[in-house]
Design a binder for this molecule. Structure first.
Ligand SMILES: [Zn+2]
Ligand SMILES: [Zn+2]
Length: 496
């Protein structure tokens, strides 16, 4: 334990071997301490994993002392190997890339085989344990207050379309923006179909809250049809809201497409105003009727008609002054095209989902954080993939309340940002750099798990009960034929 603390708290330096040899030679060459030998003692060095060893050996081979550049745990595991492995995973890196970098530096590191063993035996369990503790704390806080949550949920595929092996379904608490649940679904768990992964992830997410006895009051998602159906049919008491940014982007797309029709060019100028109107009334309306009323009001407003006979019967803006967009002519092709969009039945049917003016934009941000920890171009085993997603969640929750960066004059620094879903530019506050305060705790956990390990890390792997590799060894729709059969096929193809 003490050694673990020492190994975590100590700094690590890049040392050239020549410099260390110089250091070792500060002590003048001595005579062998073996009785009756008195041979000259020489310095010998050897590299083991990331560690450097010096042996003081006399001409006749008597050992006069050994020095290692790192703390060594029981059964010869070097702290540096454990630390490097942990640092590679915890920083979202990839073994091969780091190994290539250190190869160029001529810096020996832990071997890939040892890295994989360390990852499996100590790193993944440490992350799981840390997440469990973190979550237990969050859950208790919620139970101590209202016991209910509004969550936004979204599924992220590890690669596009049918190639996806994993879907990560994340639930974020809407007011605190804390990640409360991370579910990773493997394609093998949904009959090797990527289409069902998001729904499966969502169902498990709901089950998680049910098991924790936390009431889910409202769920905010994209307009995902199968999730909409689940909530409507099986959980009618949960309010379901759609991300209005996404809806606004679709609306803008429809208007821009219509503006390409003959004599409809004017729609292009009106587009952003209509989209803003949509945002505005999503937040203002408290009922479907009110929303519908204000929504259809657009058709009056664009033809310079600000009072009319039915419903609410007038625009909510004050007197119009200064420049405005060219009014449309009532019944013109542009006005008719807009009427088709405004009165679109699919859109009108979705109005109940817009009334709370909710957004999943913060969850989008979290999804890009997952990409930092689990790059889309790499393949991971299920427990490692899950652990990498949990690392993203721990990182996110750790840094939720970061302070804003300020200029010399005390103003908050802002940066331009583009949201792909809504196709809109906006600004966001720049935050101070992340401190990653949770990583030391995680490292200590790794060292403690290792210290408590009685069997070592070279035991054969036993897959956990829930491991998708128990269902099938690959995600391909058919199992692979034996390799020698494939080699024969390859050869006969070449000879043709
Ligand atoms: Zn000797
Ligand atoms: Zn008006």
């Amino acid at each position: 334990m003490e050694m673990a603390t020492k190994a975590v708290d100590s700094t690590v330096h890049l040392c050239y071997k020549e410099s260390l040899i110089d250091l070792a030679h500060i002590r003048p060459a001595s005579k062998c301490r073996e009785e009756g030998c008195a041979g000259l003692v020489n310095l010998k060095d050897k590299s083991v994993g990331s560690a450097l060893y010096f042996d003081w050996v006399c001409e006749k081979g008597h050992n006069n002392g050994t020095w290692c550049s790192q703390p060594v745990f029981r059964r010869g595991l070097h702290a540096g190997d454990l630390l490097t492995s942990a640092a590679i995973l915890f920083s979202g890196n990839n073994y091969q890339k780091v190994q290539l970098m250190t190869k160029f530096m001529k810096l020996p590191i832990v071997s890939q085989a040892s890295f994989l063993k360390i990852q499996r035996s100590y790193l993944v369990p440490a992350i799981e344990e840390k997440w469990k503790e973190h979550l237990a704390h969050r859950i208790q806080t919620i139970k101590d207050s209202s016991g209910e949550v509004v969550i936004s949920g979204d599924g992220r595929m590890d690669s596009p379309g049918h190639c996806a092996q994993y879907c990560t379904y994340t639930a974020m608490e809407n007011s605190t923006k804390e990640i409360l649940s991370v579910v990773t679904v493997d394609k093998r768990e949904t009959g090797k179909s990527s289409v069902w992964m998001e729904k499966e992830g969502f169902l498990r997410t709901l089950q998680f809250f049910l098991d924790e006895h936390i009431l889910v009051k409202e769920v905010i998602t994209d307009a995902h049809p199968s999730i909409t159906a689940v909530l409507r049919n099986e959980h009618p008491s949960i309010t379901h809201s759609y991300d209005i940014w996404h809806a606004a982007k679709n609306l803008a797309k429809k208007i821009m497409k219509a503006s390409q029709k003959k004599q409809c060019g004017l729609l292009r100028q009106w587009c952003s105003h209509i989209v803003n109107h949509f945002y505005h009334i999503s937040g203002e309306s408290s009922s479907v009727e009110e929303f519908t009323d204000l929504w259809f009001g657009v058709l009056h407003h664009v033809v310079d008609e600000h009072e009319w006979a039915v419903g609410r019967g007038r625009c909510s803006h004050g007197p119009l002054s200064g420049e405005h967009i060219e009014w449309m002519k009532k019944g013109s092709p542009a006005h008719d095209a807009l009427r088709v969009i405004i009165a679109d039945r699919r859109f009108l049917k979705n109005i109940p989902y817009f009334l709370n003016a909710r957004s999943t934009a913060d969850l989008e941000g979290f999804n890009s954080l997952i990409t930092m920890y689990a790059g889309k171009r790499f393949a991971y085993r299920p427990p490692v993939y899950r652990a990498r997603n949990l690392l993203a969640a721990l990182d996110h929750n750790e840094h939720l309340n970061r302070e804003s960066m300020t200029n010399k004059d005390g103003n908050v620094r802002m940066a331009k940002t583009f949201n792909k879903k809504s196709n809109r530019w906006s600004v966001r506050e720049l935050k101070v750099q992340k401190k990653y305060g949770h990583i030391d705790g995680l490292l200590k956990k790794v060292f403690c798990i290792r210290a408590a390990d009685k069997v070592g890390m070279s035991m054969p792997v036993v897959l956990q009960e829930s491991d998708p590799r128990r269902i099938s060894s690959t995600i391909a729709p058919v199992l692979p034929p034996p390799k020698d059969v494939l080699i024969q096929e390859h050869k006969s193809r070449l000879s043709k």
